[in-house]
Ligand binder design. Sequence first.
Ligand SMILES: NC(=O)c1ccc[n+]([C@@H]2O[C@H](COP(=O)([O-])OP(=O)(O)OC[C@H]3O[C@@H](n4cnc5c(N)ncnc54)[C@H](OP(=O)(O)O)[C@@H]3O)[C@@H](O)[C@H]2O)c1
Length: 278
Amino acid sequence: MIWASRILIWLNNYGPPPGSAEETFGQVMAKDLKPYRDELIISSKAGYTMWDGPYGDWGSRKYLISSLDQSLNRMGLEYVDIFYHHRPDPETPLEETMRALDHIVRSGRALYVGISNYPAEKTREAAKILRELGTQCLIHQPVYSMFNRWVEPELLNTLKEEGIGCIPFSPLAQGLLTNKYLGGNIPEGSRASKAHGFLKPANITNDKLAKVNKLNEIAQSREQTLAQMALAWVLRHKCMTSVLIGASKVEQIEDAVGTLNRLDFTAEELEQIEVILK
Ligand SMILES: NC(=O)c1ccc[n+]([C@@H]2O[C@H](COP(=O)([O-])OP(=O)(O)OC[C@H]3O[C@@H](n4cnc5c(N)ncnc54)[C@H](OP(=O)(O)O)[C@@H]3O)[C@@H](O)[C@H]2O)c1
């Protein structure tokens, strides 16, 4: 498969309120993007809480199929390109969840399916079940950044062995790996300044700031921004299909695209980064 250069990722419950991000995207799609549908990779997920009761969360067949139907309705689409199961469900048999993904592909609701936040062993099991059903597990969406390296010991190798792509999220540690918090202040309107969301002021510790400042020196010596270096660092693994960026401003997207000007690292730069991250 050849990857389109434009990948848009949504999730059933993005908001607030849940579903509103997909509704907004549906309006943009109808107004601006419709002529470009075949150039876009549009995806959605389900696996976290979307509505009350046991069928609005986790990994049952009932939840995944009805949630995707609702997502398609909100976005005004007939199908998504990739549909992900968002997290492993300890209660629902993995077979049921994978059968639901297989059904979703066969019914035309999605062209491909993937998984997110699955550890290595569960990824292997999920890929095997899907393969036996005749559907490929196309891609995995794990969190990965200089500050969260859980994928390195096992998952990346598993993906390589299973022939599954990888598109990591939160590569900038939600903005921490940019020049935004370098001086220790929390700018108004930034993610850390907001009551909702996962980046809390308490996460911006002195230890993190010391590391970010040292990393920024290396980025400057490479003539790129810290965000660009952090994205290039994630993409240094050959198994990375792409990287997922979040942005609150157009300039942040432009900054991210500038990463493509310098993707390579010298062995010395990588070693310096290792020392800082230890
Ligand atoms: N599968 C999952 O479980 C899961 C979980 C979380 C996210 N995701 C997906 O992954 C995407 C990316 O995650 P993320 O948003 O956490 O990624 P991220 O790239 O780590 O953080 C993005 C945030 O960093 C700040 N930023 C980005 N570029 C910047 C720049 N050049 N200079 C200064 N600040 C910059 C912005 O925050 P400000 O608002 O402060 O400007 C932006 O919203 C999400 O949009 C979502 O689609 C998936």
